[in-house]
Design a protein around this ligand. Structure first.
Ligand SMILES: *Cc1c(COP(=O)(O)O)cnc(C)c1O
Length: 354
C-alpha cells in the first residue's frame, strides 16, 4: 500500500484555506499570461530561448558558472548526487533531509550512494557534529564524497541555517576533499528572512538548486546551478533520467515571472506564519515552534487529539493542514492571506475543543 495524502471525505466543502503545502499554489493570472507569451524552442536541443534566459539569470543570481532547468526539485537532487558521487559513496546530510526521508529511497534505488543522517536540532548540525562524522579512510569505510544541507530545513520547521554555520560545515567538507550540495527548495525564503543575497548564501556550495513550485508559485520547474564542468556532466544524467524537455520555455516563463514578482513578497508569508504561530500558542494544549520562515509546526498531543483527527475536522471546515513526523504542519504561501490566518486560528481552536 502506497500512502497517498488523505482525500477530503464525501460532502467536505471546497478547501478555502490551504495550509497543506506551499506546493499547492496556483499560477496567478499574470503568471499564466507570461507563460502564454513565452518564446519557446526545443530545450533538449539547446534551442529554447526562455529556458536559456532563466538559466542565465539563475547562474548569475547564485554566483555560479552554469545552470540547468529540470522538472522538479527531486530530480535536481537525483541528478546532483549522480553527478557528484559514484555507487557506494557516502553523502552526509541531516537525518531529516528530504533526500533521506522523502524521495522514495531514490538514492539506494538509482544513485547507489548511501546517506549518513546526522542528528541536530531543527534540521541542522554543527561543525563539531560534522567533524565527528568524518570516517577514517580505510578499505573498510564507505568513501565520503558529499555534504548535503537543506536551506531552509523542511522538517526542521523551515529553519534558516545561519550563514556562518553553513560556511563552517562547507569548509570542513572541502578540507576533506568532499563536494558540497545545497537543497534550496525554499532557498529564497531563507534569503528573504535573513536579508542575505542568494550568491552570498550559497558561496560555500558547489551545487545548489531552487524550486519554483514552492512559495514562488510556479506550476513546474526547478533550476540546478554549479560550475560549467558540473552542469556539463549533469546533462548526461538529465538525459538518462528523461529530464530533458522540449518546449519547456512555457514553464521557464512562469519561473522568470516568479523571480520578478514572487520573491520579495515571501516576507508576507513569513509575517503570516508568525501571526499563525502567535494565534496557535494561545490555544490550550497546543505547542508551537517559533517559525523562521513560512512553515509552522505544532504539536496537539496536549489537546488530547491526534493529527489525523484534527486534519479531518478541519477539512470539514474547508481548512487543509498536513501531518509530518507526528506534528501538524501549516504552510503559508501566496494563496494565503492575513484574514485567512485569523480565521484558521479560530477554526483550529474549535476543532481542538470539539
Ligand atoms: C519539496 C522539496 C523537495 C522536492 O522538490 P519537488 O519539486 O517537490 O520534487 C526537495 N527538498 C525539499 C527540502 C523540499 O521541501
Amino acid at each position: 500500500m502506497v500512502h497517498a495524502p488523505p482525500r477530503p471525505p464525501a460532502g467536505a466543502p471546497r478547501t478555502r484555506i490551504n495550509l497543506y503545502s506551499d506546493t499547492q499554489t496556483r499560477p496567478t493570472p499574470a503568471m499564466k499570461e507570461a507563460m502564454m507569451r513565452a518564446e519557446v524552442g526545443d530545450e533538449q536541443h539547446g534551442d529554447d530561448p526562455t529556458v536559456h534566459a532563466l538559466c542565465d539569470r539563475m547562474a548569475a543570481l547564485m554566483g555560479k558558472e552554469a545552470a540547468m532547468f529540470l522538472p522538479s526539485g527531486t530530480m535536481c537532487n537525483v541528478v546532483a548526487i549522480l553527478t557528484h558521487c559514484q555507487k557506494g559513496d557516502e553523502v552526509v546530510a541531516h537525518e531529516t533531509a528530504h533526500i533521506l526521508t522523502s524521495e522514495g529511497g531514490t538514492h539506494a534505488a538509482l544513485t547507489g550512494a548511501q546517506i549518513m543522517g546526522l542528528k541536530g536540532p531543527r534540521g541542522m548540525f554543527s561543525a563539531d557534529d560534522l567533524r565527528a562524522a568524518i570516517r577514517p579512510r580505510t578499505r573498510y569505510t564507505p568513501p565520503q564524497r558529499l555534504l548535503e544541507v537543506e536551506q531552509t530545513a523542511n522538517i526542521g520547521g523551515g529553519a534558516v541555517w545561519p550563514l556562518a554555520q553553513l560556511n563552517a560545515v562547507a569548509g570542513i567538507a572541502h578540507e576533506q576533499g568532499w563536494a558540497t550540495h545545497m537543497d534550496g527548495a525554499r532557498l529564497m525564503n531563507a534569503c528573504v528572512a535573513a536579508g542575505i543575497a542568494p550568491k552570498d548564501m550559497v558561496a560555500g556550495y558547489d551545487s545548489v538548486w531552487l524550486d519554483f513550485t514552492k512559495g514562488l508559485g510556479a506550476p513546474l520547474g526547478a533550476v540546478l546551478c554549479g560550475s560549467s564542468e558540473f552542469i556539463g556532466a549533469a546533462w548526461r544524467w538529465k538525459q538518462r533520467l528523461g529530464g530533458s524537455m522540449r518546449q519547456a520555455g512555457l514553464s521557464a516563463a512562469g519561473c522568470l515571472h516568479a523571480l520578478d514578482h514572487h520573491v520579495d513578497r515571501l516576507a508576507e508569508d513569513h509575517a503570516n506564519a508568525k501571526a499563525l504561530a502567535r494565534g496557535l500558542a494561545q490555544i490550550p494544549g497546543v505547542v508551537v515552534e517559533e517559525p523562521d520562515t513560512n512553515l509552522v509546526f505544532f504539536d496537539v498531543k496536549g489537546a488530547g487529539i491526534d493529527v489525523a483527527t484534527l486534519q479531518q475536522r478541519l477539512i470539514m471546515q474547508g481548512v487543509a493542514v498536513s501531518g509530518l513526523g507526528g506534528r501538524v504542519r501549516a504552510c503559508t504561501h501566496l494563496d494565503v492571506t492575513a484574514p485567512m490566518i485569523e480565521e484558521a486560528v479560530g477554526l483550529i481552536r474549535e476543532a481542538l475543543a470539539a
